[in-house]
Design a binder for this molecule. Structure first.
Ligand code: UT7
Length: 335
């Protein structure tokens, strides 16, 4: 029998209706639309404004849509892996909450924490479960309600992030489609440059941590930028090289959407022209775990069976990596 690979057989996404534009941010912090667009490429981001809703609620929308598209029931799922840094609760996992809300009674489920690389790490993990032959339907979700951990008086961070969630279904394939190769990396010494200081066991919530705004994202942008440009470009170029992929062989680069300048640098190192790069940072901002599946969702109609995709990400940890996969289906409405 041919080797089993893990193919993406469906994709869906959800962003909340609320929109926060650069003009809105000009009223909150000392910034300008021109600065934000030229330094990041972001024009607006979606925000989950209803305080009663959390990350799992965006996932419910995305996943229910995916199940409908694929024509399966929640009970058909064997496993749910949820990449997020903004889980509904500290515990239990948001994957457990999602499983309950969609009625997935036959799946086990857990969260995976790898900051902006969480979807990439979850995809790799899900692929291994499929390849072992025991699991037939693995749902990989990536999503964050970043607005829950952003300080809207800090211009270094509040201009970057947005809310959103995407998901893919992995199923076994014996024709060589799906996840082919991956390079995943961490360097924990990078934790000092991008983190949420308080709320964990090191600094449990207290009046002091709240007053010091330590429950919001802290980022040393310049340092993270430097590592991100090198990290994402290095692994993306390496995964092409070791799979003998020339720029013409790559149909799409699917990059994490942290900064348009990081995306451009990665594409340039790979020799990939801009028209083959998925970019949604202009209208979604950085949705952390949501960026990659939201790209796949928005570009689904353009994807063709056999397309070579390189997914790449860089995030807090530091965590980073690239995955090479062969797209497994023509979208019913492909143009
Ligand atoms: O997704 C996880 C991984 N994260 C990333 O990959 C993000 C990586 N970092 C970045 O994308 C960029 O570093 C930022 C977008 C965060 C910042 O852009 P930058 O070009 O690195 O700006 P900077 O921090 O070097 O700041 C340049 C100047 C500073 O002023 P001075 O010192 O030159 O007078 C900042 O104070 O821009 C100022 N500045 C701003 N001005 C207007 C910083 N933030 C803003 C702002 N509006 N929002």
């Amino acid at each position: 029998m041919n080797k089993i690979t893990a193919a993406i057989t469906a994709v869906n996404g959800y962003v909340p209706p609320g929109i926060l534009t650069n003009k809105d941010l000009e009223k909150l912090v000392d910034t300008t639309d021109e600065w934000i667009v030229s330094r990041t490429g972001i024009k607006q981001r979606h925000i989950l404004r209803d305080p009663a809703l959390a990350t799992s609620d965006m996932a419910v929308e995305a996943v229910n849509g995916l199940l409908k598209k694929r024509g399966i029931e929640a009970n058909d799922l064997d496993l749910i892996i949820f990449g997020t840094v903004t889980g509904d609760l500290v515990f239990p996992s948001t994957a457990c909450i999602l499983a309950d809300k969609i009625g997935a009674k036959n799946a086990f489920a857990y969260d995976l924490s790898a900051a902006c690389s969480g979807f990439l790490f979850s995809l790799e993990t899900g692929a291994r479960f499929i390849e072992c032959g025991k699991y037939k339907k693995v749902l990989v979700v990536g999503g964050d309600k970043m607005s829950a951990i952003i300080d809207y008086t800090d211009r270094n961070t509040c201009i970057i992030f947005g809310d959103g969630c995407g998901c893919v279904l992995l199923e076994p394939n014996t024709e060589g489609y799906g996840v082919i190769d991956s390079i995943l990396k961490v360097d924990g010494s990078g934790r000092h440059f991008l983190h949420q200081k308080a709320g964990g066991s090191l600094r449990p919530p207290s009046h002091e941590t709240i007053n010091a705004k330590e429950h919001a994202v802290y980022q040393d942008g310049k340092t993270v930028f430097k590592f991100a440009v090198k990290g994402m470009a290095d692994v993306s170029a390496k995964i092409m090289e070791r799979n003998h992929l020339l720029p013409a062989d790559v149909a799409w680069l699917v990059p994490h959407q942290a900064n348009l300048r990081i995306i451009d640098a990665t594409a340039e190192r790979m020799g990939i022209p801009k028209e083959k790069v998925m970019i949604n940072i202009d209208h979604f901002g950085n949705t952390t775990n949501g960026t990659l599946p939201l790209c796949l969702w928005e570009w689904e109609n353009k994807l063709k069976k056999g397309d070579n995709l390189v997914l790449a990400a860089f995030g807090g940890g530091f965590t980073w990596g690239a995955i090479y996969l062969k797209w497994a289906y023509d979208s019913p409405s492909a143009v």
